[in-house]
Design a protein around this ligand. Structure first.
Ligand code: NAD
Length: 485
């Protein structure tokens, strides 16, 4: 592997995410040889800690989450500075430490700043990085990795974007959406653009509809404080679902670079139809879970910290329309929710059927390409073949490929991949501002239509695949959900 030379400063270095995901990811990059001699990791947070204590904290994280003793040579690249990110003066010791590490490990002024902190601080930190002069002026790069959520509405996202863009240009900002770091999500482009049979058929002439499902079995657990203000719409649709849709709806990029990929995705995003309140009522369904059939699980309204009259959505299904030559008239159905029958992330591409020439009045089953992202990577392609019966008949058969145990063992975790891609300057698998902005405008239109009308809840049973209205939504177009739980 090509050695990467960089400093990574983790804000929020004593937090849960850093311990569970970020340090183990960095260790993997070290073990694989991407990080060798010319790297340093600087942790900062408001906790009092010596560098030795921080190094022990990192070693413990590797031990707990990777079941390994980290190399002493790895740990010696870690350093720590205490500071309050809301206090300008606290950036001076950070700057001094950054400059010291730059010298010590010959980091060539290459700097990455990772914000593993509460979202309300993202803008503040970006601005202080600039005003307190923590950005290098002679390095190859300054990059900013930012956690989710990116705003809670278009307005708040735009405000954050303005704060970031005072200090960083768009190509320096890496907005994390860990769904984009998933192996099978990254496989969408390969399947599409690597196979003529799919590439040539990926349009309104051959595709009937596309379905994207992100379903969970768990309920709100102990996160009601946050979740009741977000709902499935903002927690799952605005970000993850829309980013997956971006890979499905885009045109073929002119070349395999992050700029060209973003450009192609943005062309699709910019053609997404934003709904009026009437169109929201026609095209979107919200749900909230009740108890399960056996009455052993609470309904959402009975969960801890949920207001008794909450109108929050724990389920969303809807139809997206793209006004492009490629997609005119092709519905993209999306759905996501809690307490559903199964935990899965999957894409089902339903192709149009041909006339049945085999002397049968029965229509042929439609070809379906399913890309299963979670819980295990799988591709299924259901096609028409001959049945074995003496009398000539057809039947659908399924071609299937599954990620092997060996493949899985060497597939990097999303966080490892995203940190590596940022070090490598590859923004292909990050959300860019235009896409995020469109997704917020789309979601805001739905939320405001819902805020203006009352819905009777609960409207689906825990352990089902959601409200009946979500099935009716497709039935009205003559379609049905491929995946039934
Ligand atoms: P956390 O509460 O465990 O950690 C927060 C960190 O920020 C701590 O190190 C704390 O010391 C530091 N901090 C807080 N206020 C500070 C201040 N004024 N000055 C300096 N440091 C301060 O949070 P977390 O779970 O690690 O999450 C971090 C970010 O990652 C959030 O944006 C969250 O939305 C996102 N995220 C977390 C997870 C997860 O699994 N935990 C998953 C996805 C995204």
């Amino acid at each position: 592997p090509k050695e990467i030379t960089t400093l990574v400063t983790f804000f929020g270095a004593t937090g849960d995410l850093a311990k569970r995901k970020l340090f183990p990811s960095v260790y993997n990059l070290y073990k694989k040889g991407f990080l060798q001699e010319h790297f340093a990791i600087l942790g900062t947070s408001r906790q009092e800690m010596t560098t030795e204590e921080f190094q022990t904290f990192v070693s413990d994280s590797i031990k707990e989450f990777m079941h390994e003793d980290a190399d002493a040579d790895f740990i010696r690249h870690f350093d720590y500075v205490k500071g309050d990110i809301t206090v300008a003066a606290d950036y001076a010791p950070l700057k001094a430490k950054i400059e010291k590490l730059d010298q010590e490990f010959a980091l060539k002024g290459n700097r990455i700043f990772y914000m593993s902190i509460a979202p309300r601080f993202f803008g503040t930190v970006a601005q202080y990085l600039k005003s307190e002069e923590l950005l290098s002026t002679d390095g190859e790069f300054n990059r900013l990795m930012i956690e989710k959520p990116f705003g809670v509405s278009f307005e708040t996202a735009e405000k954050l974007q303005n704060e970031l863009s005072d200090a960083f240009s768009e190509d320096q900002v890496y907005r994390i959406d860990h769904y984009l770091g998933k192996e099978m999500v990254q496989n969408i482009a390969t399947l599409r653009f690597g196979n003529p049979i799919f590439n040539n058929a990926w349009n309104k002439d051959y595709i009937d509809n596309i379905q994207v499902t992100l379903s969970e079995t768990l309920g709100v657990e102990d996160r009601a404080g946050y979740y009741d203000t977000a709902g499935a719409l903002r927690d799952m649709i605005q970000n993850h679902t829309m980013q997956v849709v971006g890979w499905l709806a885009m045109d073929e990029p002119t070349e395999w670079t992050d700029t060209a990929i973003r450009e192609a995705k943005n062309k699709a995003f910019n053609a997404l139809k934003i709904y009026t309140p009437e169109e929201v009522a026609e095209n979107f369904v919200r749900g909230q879970y009740g108890p399960d059939a056996a009455n052993t699980q609470n309904g959402y309204l009975q969960e801890k910290d949920v207001p008794a009259d909450s109108q929050n959505n724990t389920y969303v299904a809807g139809k997206l329309e793209f006004a492009t030559d490629r997609w005119n008239g092709v519905p993209f159905y999306i759905r996501s929710g809690k307490r559903l029958a199964a935990k899965t992330t999957r894409i089902d591409v339903v192709f149009k059927q041909d006339a049945n020439i085999f002397n049968s009045a029965q229509p042929l089953e439609k070809n379906v390409l399913s890309i299963i992202v979670d819980p295990e990577g799988k591709i299924e392609y259901s096609i028409i073949a001959k049945d074995t019966t003496p009398e000539f008949k057809t039947r659908p058969i399924t071609l299937e490929w599954k990620v092997s145990a060996e493949d899985k063992a060497q597939t990097p975790e999303p966080y490892e991949r995203m940190i590596h891609d940022t070090m490598d300057g590859n923004g292909s698998n990050f959300a860019d501002w235009n896409g995020v902005a469109v997704a917020w405008k789309f979601v805001d239109a739905i939320q405001s239509a819902w805020d203006a009308t009352h819905q009777e809840f609960p409207n689906y049973v825990s352990g089902s695949m959601g409200p009946v209205a979500a099935d009716e939504l497709l039935a009205r177009d003559g379609h049905k959900w491929v995946y039934e739980g």
